[in-house]
Write a protein that binds this ligand. Structure first.
Ligand SMILES: NC(=O)c1ccc[n+]([C@@H]2O[C@H](COP(=O)([O-])OP(=O)(O)OC[C@H]3O[C@@H](n4cnc5c(N)ncnc54)[C@H](O)[C@@H]3O)[C@@H](O)[C@H]2O)c1
Length: 260
């Protein structure tokens, strides 16, 4: 029997990358998975992959930065599967500042980058948490939010992305305190994994590949993570009863990258 048998999980931004990896890992542990994704094609494709595994999936097109869409998405999810047990707030729109060293100093950062980072990041996380809360309030629940080593170490040139990601960590600690009495745990993963966005960035800026490779060589475990095999199991741990006494924590699932 899987560790998430009978559980219902919403995963935002699960059309590719880390979100897709977690969706597949959850499905293999028996969860019914809702792919809440802004891109209709990738949402459908991942739902198809999950169904091929013999598990249940629902693709819902949703911009997490729009509260009306979030409410509709959660209502659809509950209509198909029943109450929501697990929420993974993984979606994040890439801005100039979050792209690898395609950076801007604080003094000249375009304001729209800041707004884009916060709308799909901490605001989307807040909207999704509010929308699932009525389902979790009486039965408990597991919320997993996503931040980044870039915010933790304060990497230069990415103040929009870093500030948003650290806001998500602050939000998560407060939610862990406020909702602990309802048996809702709230934790954060800071991942490092090879995802389509990173590959696309490398292709768009080939002159940065050498710099990227040098930084990756500093990872203590000497490899980049895999969304399903490296991030997936940690998300499963935070979503299942093995972590029932863990809340308000940030897990650095990055091969030690944050230590360089
Ligand atoms: N990959 C890494 O090494 C890394 C490092 C640090 C932090 N992170 C964080 O982990 C998470 C996943 O990263 P990734 O590399 O898989 O990203 P990605 O860009 O490959 O995938 C993000 C997914 O979210 C979707 N999305 C974007 N905006 C959305 C919105 N407003 N509403 C719904 N869906 C939306 C995208 O369409 C995409 O499918 C993000 O929160 C990211 O900031 C990743």
């Amino acid at each position: 029997m899987g560790r998430l048998e009978g559980k219902v999980a919403i995963i935002t931004g699960a059309g590719q990358g880390v979100g897709r990896g977690i969706a597949l890992a959850f499905a293999k542990e028996g969860a019914g998975v809702v792919i809440a994704e802004i891109n209709p094609e990738t949402a459908k494709a991942v739902a198809g992959e999950i169904k091929q595994l013999g598990a249940e999936a629902l693709a819902v097109v949703c911009d997490v930065g729009d509260e009306k869409q979030v409410k509709k998405m959660v209502t659809r999810a509950a209509k198909k599967f029943g109450p929501i047990d697990i929420l993974v707030n993984n979606a994040q729109r890439w801005t100039g500042g979050s792209a690898y060293h395609l950076s801007s100093p604080i003094e000249s950062l375009p304001e729209e980058w800041w707004d884009m980072a916060f709308q799909s990041g901490v605001k989307g996380t807040w909207y999704c948490c509010k929308a699932v809360f009525p389902y979790m309030k009486d039965r408990g629940g597991k919320i997993i939010n996503f931040a980044s080593y870039m915010g933790v170490v304060g990497l230069e040139g990415s103040v929009d992305y870093n500030s948003n990601k650290e806001a998500i960590r602050g939000f998560s600690r407060t939610a862990a305190r406020e909702w602990g009495k309802y048996k809702i745990s709230v934790n954060v993963i800071c991942p490092s994994a090879l995802t389509p966005s990173m590959i696309a960035y490398g292709m768009a800026f080939p002159d940065k590949i050498e710099e990227m490779t040098k930084e990756m060589e500093k990872i203590p475990l000497k490899r980049v993570g895999d969304p399903e095999k490296d991030i997936g199991p940690v998300a499963v741990f935070l979503a299942c009863s093995d972590s029932d006494f863990v809340t308000g924590q940030t897990l650095m699932v990055d091969g030690g990258l944050h230590m360089f």
